[in-house]
Design a protein around this ligand. Sequence first.
Ligand SMILES: [Zn+2]
Length: 234
Amino acid sequence: MERSLLKVPVTPAAIGAFLCLLGVLYQTHELGHHFFGGIVCGRLGAISLSTYTSAEGCLRLPDLLTELFGPLISLMIAYAAAARLRAKPSLAAFGCIFASYFHLRWIPPLLGGGDELDVMRKLGHDSGFIVAVALFMLGLPPVIVAWRAVLSSGRAVRIGLAYALPLPFLWYVDALAAGVSGSQAILPGLERIQVLHVPLLILILDIALVFGFAALGRRARRSCANDAGRQFSG
Ligand SMILES: [Zn+2]
């Protein structure tokens, strides 16, 4: 039986849904660090929109494991989404592969940053290039699955856009974090209200992103279905 391929829409709703999903999965990574650290270190540390800090006094091994847990979550999301996409065409799975931004984790080590390079440095190895090559190779299989799952018409543009779309967000996320709960907080004082050491503003933003993804994702899928209907009738 011939395998059905996915049509990836490039519409404002689809791009908006993708950006909401990117925000949700970025936060899943940070909250993963935060709560895993709470378990293995014995108490919760601190978290902003773009960073986490292990609890003071956390031992070396739990601290290293906590730092690795964020990338592990991003990897699991990308590979689980790829497995789902191999089984069945799914816009959500396609979006998760790229919104996990695991395919872009090779860039921070080249610039001297990222969880993985930091862990390697703590273990006495300081080669950003080797870490970047390893992460690039690890990030490639889900992207190849996405490439094979998409209709060939306009495929390079759609995959290229999905590949690069997280970059501006990742570039500006620290500035965004400063505005939400950091030094230039838009609503100063509110960042002190916390639930499980997570600023309430971050939780509100996360919930808004989930609702944004649900609403825009539904609209993107509907426009896809309408297009298919038009092609069928025309
Ligand atoms: Zn991280």
